[in-house]
Structure formats: C-alpha cells, structure tokens
Design a protein. Structure first.
Length: 270
C-alpha cells in the first residue's frame, strides 16, 4: 500500500470506530446488567466489520469500473464543480443531522405545566402542549433493542441487531466512502484494495476491542469512567455524526475549490 495512503486511511478508520454501531452499542452490551458474555460482544463487532467489508469490496469494485469509464470526465472542470456542490451539500446537511425529538423529561417547564393543567381541568390539550409522550429518539430506541437482544440470549437476535445497526449507518458512512474513494484513485487493484479494507475494518473495531479487554481485566477500576464515557456518547451520538459529515464536506469542498481555481482567486482577493 502506498505510504501516503496509510495516515488518511487510519484516520478515517478511527473516525468510523466512534460510530453508533462500532462503539456505542458494544459499550451498551459491555455495561448491561449481569455477567459479561465476551463472545456476544465479539460476535456483534465481527458482524458489523464483516458487513462493512463485504459492502466495501462491492463498492470498490463498482467504483473502480466507474472510475475507468469516467476517468477523463473526472479530470474536467465540470467534475470539480460537481465535487464542490457535493462538499457544500454535505456541510449544509451536517447542520440537520442529529436533530431528534426532545424526550419528555426535557420538555420546557411551561410545556409540562400546560399539559398537567389541561389534563387536570379535563379540557382540550393545546397544540403546544401535547398530551401523548413524544416518540423516543433514535438512540433511545436502539439502546432498548440492544438490551433486548442481550437479554434474549439468542445469537441470531444479536446478529440481526448488528446488521440492522450497520444498515442504518450505510447512508452516513462518509469516512468509509471517502476511504473507498482514496483506494479507487490509487494504483491498487481490487485484490490489494480488499486487503487494505480488511485492515481498515480491524482498525475500525479496535477501540471497542480495547474497551472490552479493559472491561474483562480491570472492570472494578474502569467501570466509573466507562459509564461516564457511555453516557457522553449516548447524549452526543447524533451530533457526532453531524460533526463528521460537516468536516468531510468542508474538506471535499476545499479540494474542489483548489481544482476549480477559486481558492487561488480568493487568496488573491484577500
């Protein structure tokens, strides 16, 4: 593998390692009440990594053929402008990603008082004070599914949970798609790219494996920081995705600005 690809690919893999399916759900499984079942966490991580690998090889094969067919077009100014539009679109999209409905306990005090007052008086509930509980956010729903799969004891349920979590992240796996783009633009053939993707997926699940080892070997000392880390990730899981998409959108747009010559023009104006 070209050495100039190593650093960006490792960096992208580490970004992917902090996602919903590669770290947060494994943390929930590690901290679930009762005896830790290491093989279940390993099965979950292995399923997620295998999903990423199979999907990545398929995308790499298709992207390689597409790059061969559109090689001349990708070097044109039109392609650079399309890349700029993609980068700006991702950056704008990042501000909308992760907006979830407020849990009931986070409603404004005025809203809670209005609901209670309307219910006590037997009168109609106004539109700004819904009587029904809001639907739980995505993170809350998936945490409940993880606990259900862990408690069920069925390996099939755990595999289904892993595949479901990986599938819903397919549309937002921007770091992985960026890595595939780097491999497509390199001199590696499909077999070499597939080997690199194996290493990428291993790095992607490495932080979860390190936490699992700590959970097994030093749980008494690591339990408080692990639970604080899990709580922080649970609260910020959605916003983290938005940050990743925004940063990558900025980098894609900046590269496109260089290709179109706009960045040089802006430097002259400045």
């Amino acid at each position: 593998m070209p050495t100039d690809l190593l650093a960006p690919l490792v960096g992208l893999a580490l970004v992917d390692s902090t996602s919903f399916g590669t770290l947060l759900i494994p943390l929930w499984l590690m901290l679930a009440p009762g005896r830790l079942r290491v093989h279940r966490v390993l099965l979950f991580l292995g399923t997620v990594a295998t999903y990423y690998l199979v999907l990545g090889i398929a995308l790499l094969a298709g992207a390689t053929r597409l790059a061969d067919a559109l090689g001349d077009f990708l070097a044109t100014p039109t392609a650079a402008w399309l890349q700029l539009a993609l980068g700006v679109g991702l950056f704008v999209l990042s501000f909308r990603i992760g907006r979830e409905e407020k849990p009931a306990e986070q409603q404004a005090p005025a809203e809670q008082h209005a609901v209670a007052h309307a219910g006590a008086a037997g009168g109609p509930v106004t539109p700004w004070a819904p009587a029904a509980e809001p639907r739980p956010g995505r993170v809350t729903r998936w945490r409940a599914r993880a606990m259900t799969a862990e408690g069920a004891g069925s390996l099939a349920a755990l595999v289904g949970l892993a595949l479901g979590a990986a599938a819903i992240e397919t549309a937002s796996m921007i770091p992985y798609l960026t890595a595939i783009g780097l491999l497509t633009a390199s001199d590696l053939d499909l077999a070499g790219g597939a080997v690199v993707l194996v290493g990428y997926c291993l790095v992607m699940i490495l932080p979860a494996l390190v936490l699992l080892a700590g959970r097994v070997l030093a749980y008494r000392w690591l339990e408080p920081p692990l639970r604080r880390f899990e709580g922080w990730m649970t609260r910020s899981a959605a916003s983290t995705t938005g940050w990743v998409v925004g940063i990558l959108g900025f980098l894609i747009a900046r590269d496109a600005l260089t290709r179109t010559g706009l960045l040089e023009m802006l430097d002259r104006v400045g």
